[in-house]
Design a protein around this ligand. Structure first.
Ligand code: CA2
Length: 166
């Protein structure tokens, strides 16, 4: 996804505009091109388009970012805090099962997030059952393919509108 994709709602983005960040971890740039029996045929660009359109309709700015580097993902999470990102949708991919450092970044910024996995991690190898993120996530969606991202976005939009209503 050329690392970063941003889709603005129609018209100029106000400084106070609500922002949602979608973060994809390592190897997810291969989505739709390899192992379709596990991860499906949908590409990351397809997922971004559907989500961006839904967010735009709700008047929310949605950015997607993919990296194969742990440090870049951590830097993106830290930047999200200074940019006022209101919600994160995160598929940490392989870092789900290994990265204390990315977990620490999410805990530090205190931005609510939903953890998403395309595959059902509980129906695969035992090492995939442990996540460094699930206990600090608002919720976890696993095994629903690319639809999991859309459902996470619906949840985020509902939470943000509830918050806006006070
Ligand atoms: O199911 C998921 O979304 C995962 O986060 C995907 C990770 C895996 O390590 C997690 O246990 C579960 C792997 C991402 C690799 O993505 C690929 C996509 C297409 C082809 C090859 C790898």
């Amino acid at each position: 996804m050329g690392a970063r994709k941003q889709t603005r709602p129609k018209g100029d983005a106000a400084a106070s505009e609500l922002r949602i960040l979608v973060l994809h971890g390592p190897n997810l740039n291969l989505l739709g091109t390899r192992e379709p029996e596990i991860y499906g045929h949908t590409t990351l660009a397809d997922i971004h388009l559907v989500m961006a359109e839904r967010a735009r309709a709700a008047g929310v700015l949605l950015e997607s970012f993919q990296s194969n580097s742990e440090g870049e993902l951590i830097n993106r999470v830290q930047a999200a805090a200074s940019e006022g990102v209101a919600f994160i949708i995160l598929n940490p991919a392989g870092y789900t099962h290994t990265s204390v450092a990315l977990r620490d970044a999410l805990a530090a910024v205190d931005i609510p997030f939903v953890e998403v996995h395309l595959s059902n991690v509980h129906a695969r190898e035992p090492f995939r059952r442990h996540s460094y993120f699930s206990d600090i996530a608002s919720g976890v969606i696993s095994g629903l393919g690319s639809q999991g991202y859309e459902l996470a976005l619906e949840y985020a939009l509902r939470q943000l509108s509830l918050r806006a209503q006070g």
